[in-house]
Design a protein. Structure first.
Length: 384
């Protein structure tokens, strides 16, 4: 079991324990509240019995000269000394009841408001526990969700950084090894002029590839740290497209065609070099992920409110869930150890940052017949 999976399992175990502990806490509180409620009721009945005995003792002295119980005097006595209770005669008392029969003929009951107060107190307690519980559960679930997102994000970042290290190792090792091999060949062997020229051209290509890789890393670092300086000026977008496409139009290893399409030559305030880097990264991706012989193109169109720049590829169509993630730093679809296409996960991140710095937007659409369209919208007043 890998470390990220262990971390997530441990997180869910701890979260489950916290929820179980809360459930047990809520159960204990409600049980205690119920016990207090029952104890209060029992005390009321016990007090009623004590009151009945005291009233019984008092009743013995309240028989008048005709040996009848003076009800008015008794009621005044109860109102004065037992205001929370009511007296009810089950049978009319007689003089003979003075000694032993009166107790069975009277009934002393608590007034209704006493039970209402006890019940209201119990309900208030329950409501308090429920509200506290809801707030606690809400905060707990929010905390669990937040921590889960942070932990997941950290795990993803670690994975992406590991992928980046694997990728950058391969990306650096390959051209360096190739340059070393070709230089050793040139040093040790006498080669025909044509073969020597080809080797030098390949060495130069690998050097340029290595230079672009280093420049991408440095540029990503400057952008992330807020230290990249853009130089905005009046820029012909058609010129940027033409210059960039011309670098790829000479032909690719997969014999793909790269075409620039535009009728107008719109001008915007922009950093020409930065836009060239962004467009080069988009075209490099298009070439990398498109099959052999694919038709690739860059289309520039001027609309009423914005200028649209489209880059067409024939690669595998990007899943909607991945369309925002692919612009994150180091993010690449799949696993670096099994992925066949080269890359560091910095290209599209740089593209997104450059486009955003020009107050433009970038989105991804499906291309008819397979592939993707990277759509950039520049406002008519672009730049800083």
């Amino acid at each position: 079991m890998n470390q990220p999976r262990k971390t997530r399992i441990l997180f869910f175990v701890i979260s489950g324990y916290a929820l179980a502990a809360f459930g047990w806490w809520f159960y204990i509180l409600t049980q205690n509240s119920r016990e207090q409620h029952d104890t209060a009721l029992q005390k009321v009945y016990d007090d009623a019995l004590k009151a009945k005995l005291e009233i019984y003792d008092c009743c013995k002295d309240m028989f008048d000269e005709e040996q009848e119980l003076n009800i008015d005097s008794l009621q005044n006595y109860i109102i004065t000394y037992f205001p929370d209770y009511t007296l009810r005669f089950l049978q009319k008392p007689k003089n003979s009841d003075k000694e032993n029969g009166l107790l069975a003929k009277i009934e002393v009951n608590p007034k209704a408001y006493i039970f209402e107060k006890i019940e209201q107190k119990y309900q208030r307690k329950l409501t308090q526990y429920v509200m506290e519980g809801l707030v606690f559960v809400g905060l707990l679930f929010w905390g669990i969700y937040y921590i889960y997102k942070v932990v997941s994000r950290r795990i993803d970042v670690n994975r992406q950084q590991n992928n980046f290290l694997l990728a950058i190792t391969h990306e650096l090792k390959t051209p360096v090894a190739s340059i070393k091999l070709m230089l050793e060949t040139l040093q040790k062997r006498q080669l025909p002029d044509q073969q020597r020229t080809d080797l030098l051209a390949d060495t130069l290509n690998d050097t340029e590839r290595l230079g672009k890789l280093v420049e991408n890393i440095l540029m990503a670092t400057r952008i992330e740290g807020g230290h990249h300086n853009y130089h905005f000026e009046e820029t012909n977008l058609a010129g940027v497209v033409e210059d960039t496409v011309s670098k790829f139009a000479k032909g690719t290893e997969k014999k793909q065609s790269v075409e620039a399409l535009y009728n107008d030559e719109p001008f915007i305030t922009a950093d020409r070099l930065a836009l060239g880097v962004a467009l080069s990264n988009l075209l490099s991706n298009a070439i990398k992920y498109s099959p052999e012989g694919a038709d690739l193109k860059v289309e520039l169109k001027e609309q009423e409110d914005y200028i649209e720049l489209n880059v067409y590829d024939r690669g595998q169509q990007i899943d909607p869930k991945e369309k925002t993630k692919i612009f994150e730093k180091f993010y690449r679809v799949g696993n670096e150890e099994t992925r066949t296409n080269k890359g560091t996960g910095l290209g599209l991140y740089i593209v997104k940052q450059i486009i955003s710095s020009h107050h433009a937007t970038i989105s991804i659409l499906k291309r008819d017949g397979g592939g993707n369209i990277f759509v950039i919208h520049f406002p008519k007043e672009s730049g800083a």
